[in-house]
Design a protein around this ligand. Structure first.
Ligand code: T1G
Length: 696
């Protein structure tokens, strides 16, 4: 017998077991139709005497991925998920969840409402709600502690991490792991075996006592780890309610916290990131382009970037050829790859055998003809246009027609590099961020002549490497470094106006970035930016305010961590303010006739943030970035902008563009050149629109 409660839920009866299939592609998100269908199906189970047990399963690749994230911006519609789960749990016939793929969020809450749970060996369960600025809102924070204790429950709901089958069984989240391909029959057998017996209902269980000071110490830990995000601490509060209140009261507490967070700015921002992270690789206008063959890769150069890129490609399973200028350099390149892979081994993320297998896929040569059959090459040699043109001339001569020639340059003009070949249509920028095997951002930089299929090939490679790829046009610094340059300029102005580097860093870190601009410069090496300032001095706009402080610091030979001092002094790796730099700063302010003034945290944060917003808006206006979400993804995945703020342009929408524009116009009075408002920002405010309107 089949009952089809709308497309979302199907019910068939097999050997006395009602098999309830959630079928809402692509991931069985719990839409209103799914919720209604489950309520109807449970009513059928209860009413039909031929049914002795029920199994809830998911069609397609997963059990249930959770509530439908697209519904969160809208008013909730009945039946509400907690009530659906209560109906499942109240059923007087055994209901068993058959979990494959993932059971996440509301999906895992549905499984906890079932009396039994069977899991496929490769499946995973978890409560990722905190990653959306929420907490489990359908009993997850109340049932989980009853099943595995408050310590484990707190870990799972505050971290959002997924739990593999083995651990899930060990800590009691599931009753059994099914043998391969046997999930449904194992669930049916378990359900039938319990027919007529008293049914375990988690809501009726008691929460095992926790250590007296558990929540106190856990609050400190969770607060520190959350770095300004609210949901982890609120999730812990809900778990504490489970430990201190009767189930029904605890459910009310959980619901109240969930509803409060659901409409919060952080939840809006994290929802934006959730969808933007997926939308960013779907570039408007490239829908019909097909990626080229992508089976073999090569890197030119075995230095930090070249070796890092080689490791990223090896970790993704590719064979990689490394080209270097001579045997010694090639040996150093191999050693760099080996060292980077050894890091994975020492962190327990790669076995020695797997490392050996990776190294076996790395071949080296001094001869470009070794690349005659290679599908895609990434050049990562010294950042000098002359050197790159020679390399691309050789690649052009050696590689097969249709091969993709990529450069990892972080700021040189890729149109000019492409012009050094007879195949500019095959040339593209793949700008990795160091360490290339860690940082998720990859800027795909498109010169004028590059063909659509080469761009799409770049995105295909990014997906294989597990990167978040963002398409950028060609300009100085592309998207991320162009915004970084503006941030740093504003930071330089502030230390000449009255702040000190450590004030700026502290304020920026309090905003939520992992490291302030001066700490970052010390890490990168002050000499690199110094060399660039000297290189571009002749073309600098004389009307632009120029701060000499960094040059003076470099003239002392203080290049940052690599020389033991820069903006900070490094003893045993720990940074402390370089008071000699303070003397240089005070002397420079005096030399410029600037009366130094106190610059508070709010002003520092505003000037840094607005510099990012204004430049990000210009980048979108110039079509260097296709949409505001592309700028947000660059900042979050390449520069550590806090996810719970959604990125600079999402933050601007949350502040309100009229206020952002007013504040920038106020700053413009003191420095009309730097703070000229983006024309796009002015148009959006005039039209009553937001950056989000441009993301649709
Ligand atoms: N709602 C709506 N759409 C979703 C979705 C969801 N929960 N999860 C995924 N999608 C879409 C996604 O946007 C993409 O769409 C497509 O499915 C494939 O996703 C009450 C309140 C399940 C591990 O946070 O972790 O339950 O781009 O590319 O890599 O307490 O999706 O194709 O148009 O990611 O195979 C909690 C989020 C919700 C899980 C699959 N659940 N999803 O990964 O595919 S809040 C989550 C994922 C909640 C309750 C609370 C992953 C995945 P499009 P994909 P994938």
């Amino acid at each position: 017998m089949t009952q089809d409660s709308g497309a979302a839920i199907k019910l068939t009866i097999e050997d006395g077991v009602a098999v309830i299939t959630v079928d809402n592609p692509p991931v069985n998100a719990i839409s209103q139709a799914v919720r209604q269908g489950l309520v109807d199906a449970i009513k059928t189970v209860a009413a039909d005497s031929s049914i002795q047990a029920a199994v809830i399963r998911g069609a397609g690749k997963v059990f249930i991925a959770g509530a439908d994230v697209r519904e969160f911006g809208k008013p909730p519609v009945e039946p509400f998920l907690p009530d659906v789960i209560a109906a499942i749990e109240a059923c007087d016939k055994p209901v068993c969840a058959a979990i494959h793929g993932v059971a996440l969020g509301g999906g895992f809450e549905i499984a906890l409402g079932c009396h039994f749970r069977v899991m496929d060996a490769k499946a995973r369960v978890g409560f990722p709600e905190v990653n959306l600025g929420l907490i489990p809102g359908a009993g997850g924070t109340q049932r989980l502690p009853r099943l595995c204790g408050v310590e484990k429950a707190a870990d799972l709901v505050t971290s959002g991490r997924q739990v593999a089958a083995k651990e899930a069984l060990e800590i009691g989240l599931v009753d059994a792991i099914a043998a391969d391909g046997d999930l449904l029959s194992a669930a049916k057998t378990l359900g039938l075996s319990k027919a007529g017996a008293p049914l375990p209902r988690i809501s009726e269980m008691t929460v095992p006592a926790a250590a007296a000071d558990f929540f106190t110490t856990e609050k400190t830990r969770v607060t520190r780890a959350a770095r300004g995000q609210h949901s982890p601490l609120r999730a812990l509060e809900a778990v504490e309610a489970a430990a201190t209140l009767p189930f029904a009261e605890g459910m009310k507490r959980e619901r109240a916290i969930f509803q409060e967070l659901r409409s919060s700015d952080q939840a809006k921002a994290l929802r934006h990131v959730f969808f933007a992270e997926r939308a960013v690789s779907k570039v408007p206008g490239l829908e019909d382009a097909k990626a080229r063959k992508l089976d073999t890769l090569a890197v030119i150069g075995g230095g930090t970037m070249g070796a890092g890129i080689a490791v990223a490609c090896l970790r993704a399973g590719y064979p990689v050829t490394m080209i270097e200028a001579d045997d010694a350099a090639l040996e150093r390149g191999r050693a760099n790859v080996d060292k980077n892979l050894e890091g994975f081994v020492s962190r327990g993320r790669l076995s020695n055998e797997a490392k050996a297998e990776h190294m076996a896929r790395l071949s080296g040569s001094l001869d470009y003809n070794a690349l005659k059959d290679t599908d895609l090459v990434i050049e990562a040699v010294f950042e000098d246009m002359g050197v790159k043109k020679i390399v691309f001339g050789k690649l052009d001569a050696a590689m097969k027609p249709g091969a993709v020639l990529a450069t990892n340059t972080s700021y040189l003009d890729i149109d000019e590099i492409a012009a050094a070949t007879k195949r500019p249509g095959d040339v593209i920028g793949l700008h990795f961020f160091s360490p290339a095997f860690v940082m998720r951002l990859l800027e795909i930089v498109r010169p004028a002549k590059t063909t659509d299929d080469v761009v799409v090939t770049g995105f295909a490679l990014a997906q294989k490497l597990g990167k978040v790829a963002v398409l950028s046009g060609v300009c100085d610094g592309f998207i991320g470094n162009r915004i970084l340059a503006k941030m740093r300029k504003q930071a330089d102005y502030m230390i000449e106006d009255g702040a000190l580097p450590w004030d700026v860093d502290k304020a920026v870190e309090a905003f939520g970035l992992p490291m302030g601009p001066f700490r970052v410069m010390d890490l990168a090496g002050l000499d690199i930016a110094w060399a660039q300032r000297k290189r571009t001095a002749a073309t600098r706009d004389p009307a632009e305010r120029y701060v000499d402080i960094a040059d003076k610091v470099c003239e002392e030979g203080w290049f940052g961590q690599k020389t033991g001092r820069g903006w900070y002094v490094y003893e045993a790796g720990k940074p402390s303010p370089n008071t000699d730099v303070e003397k240089i700063i005070l002397a420079e302010s005096a030399r410029k006739g600037i009366t130094r003034r106190a610059i508070d945290v709010q002003e520092i944060q505003n000037r840094i943030l607005y510099a990012m917003i204004n430049e990000g808006a210009r980048i979108v206006d110039e079509k260097i970035a296709a949409r505001p979400l592309d700028v947000d993804m660059v900042e979050i995945f390449g520069y550590g902008f806090p996810r719970w703020r959604g990125g600079p342009l999402c933050t601007a929408d949350i502040i309100g563009l009229p206020k952002v524009l007013d504040d920038i116009r106020a700053l413009e009075k003191a420095d009309p050149l730097f703070w000229k408002p983006s024309a796009l920002l002015e148009r959006l405010v005039a039209d009553g629109k937001t950056f989000s309107d441009l993301n649709q």
